[in-house]
Structure formats: structure tokens, C-alpha cells
Design a binder for this molecule. Structure first.
Ligand SMILES: Cc1cc2nc3c(=O)[nH]c(=O)nc-3n(C[C@H](O)[C@H](O)[C@H](O)COP(=O)(O)O)c2cc1C
Length: 203
């Protein structure tokens, strides 16, 4: 157990173990070192996460999702954590289809218990190959998910991290993320706020 008693879950919505995987793990490393929290991680890389097909099994039965895939493991992690870091590459100006599928599949958890995610705290890290390639609309869609699911979204404040952490990878994977010093500074500021609010709500 961490000193603070807070557990942060990082989720990467990239099918690769490159920029997003690196950036989310760097955020978790920083959170552990700076704030002494416990961390957990999930990547969609090499996982099977099927589309929600709107079959409404979750609504009718209230026993979770009818699909038996990697979301079972992720749902458990989501429920255990006090705060989440959702990370996504920017695809066509928005979050990746993989991350969107993860978010859609959360309907099954909330169908079973409408307050399942209530007061968990959430932040976003969005990484584009272009400097202004859609990071902000992507961050906004993560904020919308948090609000819809009774969670508390946080940003890192004005001058650099308004809606969350936007990173410019220049399509250079891990090297691109490491080179974006503004992006890393933004991640730190949002993580600081995430832990601050999680402590207020969960300790
Ligand atoms: C299908 C696809 C669409 C993309 N669309 C955008 C885009 O709209 N804006 C942008 O800045 N980068 C775009 N990119 C580039 C990625 O966001 C960028 O390379 C990112 O760092 C990849 O993250 P990863 O290394 O974690 O996979 C796209 C990449 C792919 C594969």
C-alpha cells in the first residue's frame, strides 16, 4: 500500500508500445516518485477488446458485459483505482478507435451500478504527430466521458496544461515524446492536480 493510500490507473489506447505507452508510464513513474501513490497500468496493445454492439445484455441483466475479453481485466482495474490517466494517440483529430471502444465498453459497468465510477478523478494525455493535430478535441472527449460517468475531470491549469496534457510526438515515437519538454511539463502539472484532488476525495 502506498503512503497516500491512492491508486492511479494508467490506460494506453494505442495499439503500439511507443509514444502513448511511454508517456502514460512516465506519468505513473512521476506520480509514484513525487507523490508516493500506488500505480497500475493497462494497454490495449495485443489485447482483444470487442466493440460494444448495443445488445443491452448489460442493461437487462445487470451482470456486466456479455463479451468475454480483455475488458474484464480492465473493468476490475478501473473499479479498484481512485484516479485514472486515459492516454490516447490522436487519430483523425480524435482519440483512437481502440480507446473509444474501451470507453464504450464501460457502459456495462455503469449499467450494473450507476455510481460505479462516482468521484473517481480523471485526466487525459493525448499525443499527436502534429503539434496541433487534435490533442485538444481529444482531451475534451475524455473530459466528457469523465463527466458522463460521474467522475471528476482535472486539468493542469492555464499556461500549458489547460484541459490536460497535450504532447507532440512528431511521429517519432518515444524519442518524440522525450523531446517535447513542454509536453512532459504539462503531464507533471496535471498529475500533481490529479493526486491533489484524489487525496481530497479519497483519504
Ligand atoms: C490512423 C492514424 C491517424 C492519425 N491521425 C493523426 C491526427 O489526426 N493528428 C495528429 O497529430 N497525428 C495523427 N496521427 C499520428 C499519431 O497520433 C502519432 O504518431 C502518435 O504519436 C502515435 O502514438 P503511438 O506511438 O502511441 O502509437 C495518426 C496516426 C494514425 C495511425
Amino acid at each position: 500500500m502506498s503512503k497516500t493510500g491512492i491508486t492511479l490507473l494508467g490506460i494506453s489506447g494505442s495499439p503500439r508500445l511507443k509514444s502513448t505507452h511511454y508517456a502514460v508510464n512516465a506519468a505513473l513513474d512521476y506520480a509514484r516518485e513525487r507523490h508516493e501513490v500506488e500505480t497500475d497500468y493497462f494497454s490495449v496493445h495485443a489485447k482483444t477488446v470487442g466493440f460494444c454492439t448495443h445488445c443491452d445484455y448489460c442493461i437487462r441483466k445487470k451482470k456486466g458485459c456479455i463479451l468475454d475479453d480483455a475488458m474484464g481485466e480492465l473493468h476490475e482495474k478501473m473499479l479498484r483505482a481512485d484516479a485514472w490517466i486515459l492516454g490516447s494517440p490522436v487519430y483523425q483529430g480524435h482519440v483512437s478507435g481502440q480507446l473509444k471502444t474501451v470507453l464504450d465498453r464501460c457502459r456495462a459497468v455503469v449499467a450494473r451500478d450507476p455510481h460505479a465510477f462516482r468521484n473517481k478523478v480523471g485526466m487525459g494525455i493525448c499525443i499527436g504527430g502534429d503539434r496541433s493535430g487534435g490533442q485538444e478535441p481529444s482531451l475534451q472527449s475524455l473530459i466528457d466521458f469523465y463527466i458522463i460517468n460521474q467522475m471528476i475531470p482535472v486539468g493542469g491549469g492555464s499556461f500549458g496544461a489547460n484541459l490536460g496534457a497535450a504532447i507532440w510526438s512528431r511521429d517519432k515515437g518515444v524519442e518524440g515524446v522525450k523531446a517535447d519538454e513542454e509536453g512532459s511539463a504539462a503531464v507533471h502539472r496535471v498529475v500533481d492536480r490529479l493526486v491533489d484532488v484524489a487525496r481530497l476525495l479519497h483519504t
